[in-house]
Design a protein around this ligand. Structure first.
Ligand code: BGC
Length: 385
């Protein structure tokens, strides 16, 4: 079994490199093969936690991709603990890594450490989450976070046919970790897409919780999301009131919310539940009709784009919009949307997509998922998830 998984990953990575090679212009590539330009350079990768599924996928995939391109990799997970992430990055600085990729636990908590990276001339790429309060971040690579939320809101609009139906429909929001700069983008994207309908009374929020602060979920915790939704159901839906939508910013929170709905909801309908990431348990819920959709951010493409960016930086180039020609999928180079309180961080933003039970095959096509023996559920092809 293990051999099959390894072969699947190798195949996926091989396919990725082929995709890259096809999109590289000779001028951009400088004639270097990835392995030739990487020499003995080391990439330090700091991931937040193994407790949330997506970071296992990101870490595993980045490691294999960079190693496949000839780099040495130091990969560390910091257990969602800020002190540990600072220590982990400090130890990579001490090890003299050539470049750092950091998915921050708390966007505000790395200023001192990344200052040290800068003093040691180690460039820093903020991976997926923007790092705040420092000029040491050279670039940010992520998905268009606002669009992730917007896709969730628009999905709800279309499912309920809000432009034609009278309603009113009941909705509750569950957002992410206040320490994660992405979380407000997701919430705002979703809320803005639905604001018009909330303002005109077609969508009602019985709990009255309509600000990010009121619905945030520290550490993106499944248990906290479960508990919060149980409280909301007990307080506002106890007499059989109908919940039409549980708008959740991501899959770890959607998992808790869906569990609360399954166990504690008395209404006769099945509420729409949104998510983000394509975590295995959530994909199972989607097949079983317990979650309705997830916004998928192709980690495969994010990792390849990050490799291209890191290569360019290490080759002494100054990456700009032209670099997106080397990416495997559409991306925007944005120089003024992500200000980290010190500077506008030049950002590469990839396109997220909607997954429902009707297009799960698209995930299999990424090489990161495979069908189970019955062709009903998806499993991960990565060894850590
Ligand atoms: C990521 C999401 C993820 C969340 C929790 C966010 O920063 O962008 O994809 O669901 O963290 O891990």
């Amino acid at each position: 079994m293990k051999k099959i998984l390894v072969a699947a990953i190798a195949l996926a990575i091989g396919a990725s490199f082929t995709a890259c090679a096809n999109t590289n212009s000779p001028a951009n590539n400088g004639g270097d093969t990835p392995a030739a330009s990487s020499g003995s350079k080391t990439v330090g990768i700091a991931m937040p936690t193994k407790a949330l599924e997506r970071w296992n996928r990101d870490g595993e995939y980045l490691k294999k991709l960079f190693e496949g391109a000839g780099y040495k990799v130091e990969l560390k997970y910091s257990d969602n603990n800020n002190d540990q992430q600072n220590n982990d990055i400090q130890s990579m600085i001490a090890d003299k890594v050539d470049i750092l990729l950091v998915a921050a636990i708390d966007g505000e908590a790395l200023t001192q450490t990344l200052g040290d990276a800068k003093s040691a001339n180690i460039p820093v790429i903020a991976y997926d989450r923007l790092i705040m309060g420092t000029d040491a971040v050279s670039y940010y690579v992520s998905f268009d976070n606002y669009t992730v939320g917007k896709l969730q809101g628009e999905f709800v609009r279309d499912q309920l046919d809000l432009d034609n139906q009278k309603g009113p429909f009941n909705i509750e929001f569950t957002a992410g970790d206040p320490a994660d700069n992405n979380a407000t983008f997701f919430f705002n994207g979703a809320y803005d897409a639905l604001k018009k309908y909330i303002d005109d009374g077609k969508l009602v929020i019985p709990s009255g919780k309509k600000t990010f602060e009121q619905v945030a979920t520290p550490s993106w915790s499944t248990d906290t999301a479960l508990e919060n939704m149980q409280n909301t159901l007990a307080s506002y839906y106890a007499k059989g009131e109908q919940l039409d939508v549980a708008l959740c910013s991501n899959d770890s929170t959607a998992l808790g919310v869906a569990q609360a709905i399954t166990s504690d909801y008395n209404g006769k309908n099945t509420p729409i539940v949104t998510g983000q990431d394509g975590d295995i348990a959530n994909l199972r819920n989607i097949v079983n009709g317990i979650q309705t959709m997830t916004v998928y951010k192709n980690v495969n493409n994010l990792a390849i784009s990050t490799l291209e960016l890191a290569k360019a930086i290490l080759n002494g180039e100054t990456p700009d919009a032209g670099l997106t020609d080397r990416f495997p999928s559409k991306a925007v180079f944005d120089t003024n949307s992500y200000n980290n309180n010190v500077k506008d961080v030049p950002s590469y933003l990839l396109d997220p997509t909607i997954i429902t039970k009707d297009n799960l095959q698209e995930l299999v096509d990424t090489g990161l998922y495979q069908w189970d023996a019955d062709h009903k559920y998806l499993e991960s092809t990565a060894s850590t998830t």
